[in-house]
Design a protein around this ligand. Structure first.
Ligand SMILES: Cc1ncc(COP(=O)(O)O)c(C=O)c1O
Length: 493
């Protein structure tokens, strides 16, 4: 049986001045809610004493109404545990119900939505995003997640819950946790920061939303990597910004093209450690050009450092923020790739003079990040489990990547290019001229292959078609079969 909110009463608008007896009004309130399916079979109702107190009447009319509802079979009692909506309601009652949902009927009149929200296409999940299977992007090797350690840390904090942790807290997030993150970022990413600059957020996506609200006005131009991260694009689009696609080559964002097209852009969004989706690492000279442009034109750089922990052929690359001498970079990170995406924990490193502005916007959005996982994560990192987990999963992903590169190289012909396999949990294969990735992805999803079309990452016309192949959750054993299936899909065109 479906779980339902237990022990609540339906809306019963008692009218003490009406001639209708109170017990009849209560009876009708419950029976209408049951027939209209606002109360469901098996759902617990409040005790007669509780309801009488809530309605501020004596208990007698409630008891009378309850006994009629029991007699007519709307209610049932279970000894020792209370009164419930009957678990087997007769069909003829239910067919008296309200029929199509009230929601589906409210269609008349103008139904204006904001121009901002109408900028985005209405939400529809694509077949290559919503199932588990080979090559799905963003899925991880969760079978290697240290469930036991994680659960024991969660238990530790749940058992020791203090009143303090139930109050509103610091809108930046827990200071202890921010200290731990600052030390992690200084050590592993050469990020120039201390705890006072770190804001804990619910993943990179919220970080982008807050940054956009603080830094950008409607009509501002924003450089976007082309091809690039579509979810970042959406944030700047609903902020009313004018998105400027700036091509990416083997050195990363072509800064000179950005300057030629729109020198005065207010911001640039970049993934310099591991460009999404092409996987390029931004060269040192491009980094310096980008920082120089931002300094001269008074622009902001939003650095999304989403999966830097996973590099297979070289040491992790230092952050762009660490090179910045003019506090022009807003640095964003996430635990979605290293731990698990449903955690919804990420962070922003804010230039010191902007902290107050970020705080004001954060407070207006969701006030404060939830306490529990900050405490758990803090211990997970501080006690060394995080470092161990990254080392272990780096080996796992490296094996998966090797198996995928080997299978792709031996199965696919040389007209297919393989890009960005040096880091992260995805790589890109491009398609020969003339083949369209979207229709192939739809076809492949019928064979349990989840191929993210590369063309969807372009803001303008797609220069290349291909697939983003996630290998985070695809094991070396599954890879050869999945790649051979991929070859068949491509050859069928
Ligand atoms: C480029 C990029 N940035 C960030 C993220 C992570 O986003 P979040 O932290 O909101 O889960 C992803 C996830 O796939 C990504 O591809």
């Amino acid at each position: 049986m479906r779980k339902a909110a237990s022990g609540f009463s339906p809306l019963i608008a008692l009218d003490r001045r009406s001639g209708k007896p109170l017990q009849k009004q209560i009876y009708e309130g419950f029976s209408a809610a049951i027939v209209g399916r606002n109360l469901c079979a098996g759902q617990r109702v409040p005790s007669s004493r509780t309801l009488a107190l809530e309605l501020r009447i004596s208990r007698i009319p409630v008891l009378n109404a309850y006994s009629q509802l029991l007699a007519e079979g709307y209610f049932e009692t279970r000894s020792g545990s209370g009164t419930f909506v009957s678990s087997s309601l007769p069909e003829q009652w239910m067919s008296l119900g309200r029929g199509p949902s009230v929601l589906t009927k409210t269609r008349s009149g103008t139904r204006l939505v904001s121009r901002r929200s109408a900028i985005l296409p209405s939400y529809r999940s694509a077949p290559w995003t919503n199932k588990w299977g080979a090559f799905i992007v963003g899925q991880l090797a969760l079978e290697h997640f240290p469930f036991r350690i994680w659960s024991s840390l969660v238990n530790r904090h749940v058992r020791n819950l203090r009143v303090n942790s139930l109050h509103y807290g610091d809108p930046m997030g827990s200071e202890t946790f921010r200290d731990t993150i600052a030390s992690y970022l200084r050590t592993t990413r050469a990020v120039n920061c201390d705890a006072s600059q770190i804001m804990i957020v619910s993943g990179s996506q919220q970080a982008l939303e807050i940054a956009a609200r603080v830094l950008l006005d409607s009509g501002d131009k924003v450089w976007m990597e082309e091809p690039g991260y579509w979810l970042a694009r959406r944030v700047f689009a609903i902020a009313g910004c004018d998105l400027v696609p700036v091509p990416v080559d083997e050195e990363g964002l072509q800064v000179s093209a950005g300057i030629a097209h729109s020198r005065k852009a207010r911001a640039a969004f970049v993934t310099p450690s591991h460009q999404f989706p092409l996987g390029v690492t931004m060269s040192a000279s491009r980094r310096l050009q980008l920082l120089d442009w931002a300094h001269r034109s008074g622009s902001w750089i939003i650095e999304d450092d989403y999966d830097n922990e996973y590099r297979y052929e070289s040491m992790p690359i230092a952050s762009l923020q660490g090179l910045d001498r003019n506090s022009r970079v807003i640095y964003i990170g996430t635990f979605s790739k290293t731990l698990f995406p449903s955690l919804r924990v990420g962070y922003i490193v804010i230039p010191p003079d902007l902290v107050g502005r970020f705080l004001a916007v954060r407070q207006a959005m969701d006030i404060y990040p939830p306490h529990l996982y900050q405490a758990v994560l803090n211990d997970f990192i501080a006690e060394g489990h995080f470092a161990r987990h990254i080392r272990r999963t780096r080996l796992v992903y490296s094996e998966r990547r090797d198996a995928l590169v080997e299978a792709l190289t031996s199965e696919l012909d040389s007209s297919i290019e393989l890009l960005g396999a040096e880091a992260g949990m995805h790589l890109v294969v491009t398609l020969p001229k003339g083949l369209r990735d979207r229709s192939l992805s739809e076809q492949a999803s019928r064979h349990q292959l989840w191929l993210w079309p590369l063309s969807g990452c372009y803001l303008g016309p797609a220069r290349r078609h291909g697939f983003i192949l996630g290998f985070g959750s695809t094991t070396p054993k599954q890879i050869p079969k999945a790649v051979s299936q991929l070859r068949k899909v491509i050859e069928s065109q």
